[in-house]
Ligand binder design. Structure first.
Ligand code: ADP
Ligand code: MG
Length: 269
């Protein structure tokens, strides 16, 4: 599934001084079977864009279409083809691990034997075999994030919208989760939109990195990441990775510097 974003603008508040222009004229085609990373400084509208694509927020103007490149003309309702995953885990603390993972199918009326079988399979695939009956509070942060991943995967949607899902994890756990995601991507080839403010993460995961400007958010530059797949963390040491990192780093540094200067000027005015 492709996500086609055309001239999307988003303002919060209306008409008065509190009005915030969060996104200004964002257009992009997020291609099928690719990981596209949205990279930009805090407050540049990354979460706003991913929530509009997921059908949680409305755009103020512009259009978004979900297109199956294999079938011309067919478009679907926003949110229907995607599943969202973010940093706040929103697991149900009173449900066991397996009942958290099986929640979506349960809501869709799938019988217990069938949803448990699928949840068990997915838990094994994210390295949590044997933890089915544990409660979320008995797990580490990294394990809880794996439960959240399994719960997203069980929905079998072609699009995954991930908003800094690993942002709260410690550095070691983050590395393991990034590898897990790369493995899952190689196996399932979903369309993944991955929001991050970490340059290294964006390049490690992405086929394409959209560098955003500081507020209002626009796409400043698209960095194509031609590093081979399947990828592992060993690419972090390659000269190709270093060159891409350097390019993204300079773009981001310019943006942050500009935003800070503008804030200073606004305070002085
Ligand atoms: N519900 C809201 N009401 C008012 N302003 C908001 C709301 N959500 C986000 N904003 C503002 O829009 C801008 C972009 O926010 P956000 O998309 O969360 O940025 P990011 O995810 O890149 O850090 C910020 O200035 C933020 O304060
Ligand atoms: Mg955000």
């Amino acid at each position: 599934m492709d996500i086609v974003v055309e001239h999307v603008r988003k303002t919060f508040g209306s008409g008065d001084k509190s009005e915030v222009l969060a996104l200004d004229d964002v257009s992009h085609r997020f291609g099928s079977q690719k990981i596209t990373c949205l990279l930009g400084p805090s407050g540049c509208g990354k979460s706003t864009l991913i929530q509009i694509i997921g059908g949680i927020e409305d755009a103020t103007s512009g259009r978004i279409r979900i297109e199956d490149p294999a079938r011309s003309g067919g478009t679907t309702k926003l949110g229907a083809e995607s599943v969202m995953m973010w940093q706040g885990l929103n697991l149900f603390p009173w449900r066991s691990v397996i009942d958290n993972v099986a929640f979506g199918p349960q809501m869709h009326g799938v019988g217990k034997a069938q949803r448990y079988a699928r949840a068990t399979e997915l838990l094994a695939s994210v390295g949590l075999r044997g933890f089915e009956q544990h409660m979320p509070a008995q797990l580490s942060g990294g394990m809880r994030q794996r439960v959240a991943l399994a719960r997203a995967l069980i929905m079998e949607r072609p699009i995954m919208l991930m908003d800094e899902p690993f942002g709260a994890l410690d550095a070691q756990t983050k590395i393991v989760m990034q590898e897990e995601l790369l493995r899952i991507f190689d196996r399932t080839k979903k369309t993944i939109l991955f929001v991050t403010h970490a340059i290294e993460e964006a390049i490690l995961l992405g086929d394409e990195v959209l560098v955003m400007t500081a507020r209002p958010g626009r796409i400043k530059e698209i960095i194509k990441v031609d590093l081979p797949r399947p990828r592992g963390l060993d690419i972090l040491g390659s000269p190709e990775f270093a060159a891409l990192f350097d390019r993204a780093f300079h773009l981001i540094r310019d943006e942050v510097t500009r935003a800070m200067r503008e804030q200073e000027e606004a305070v002085r005015a």
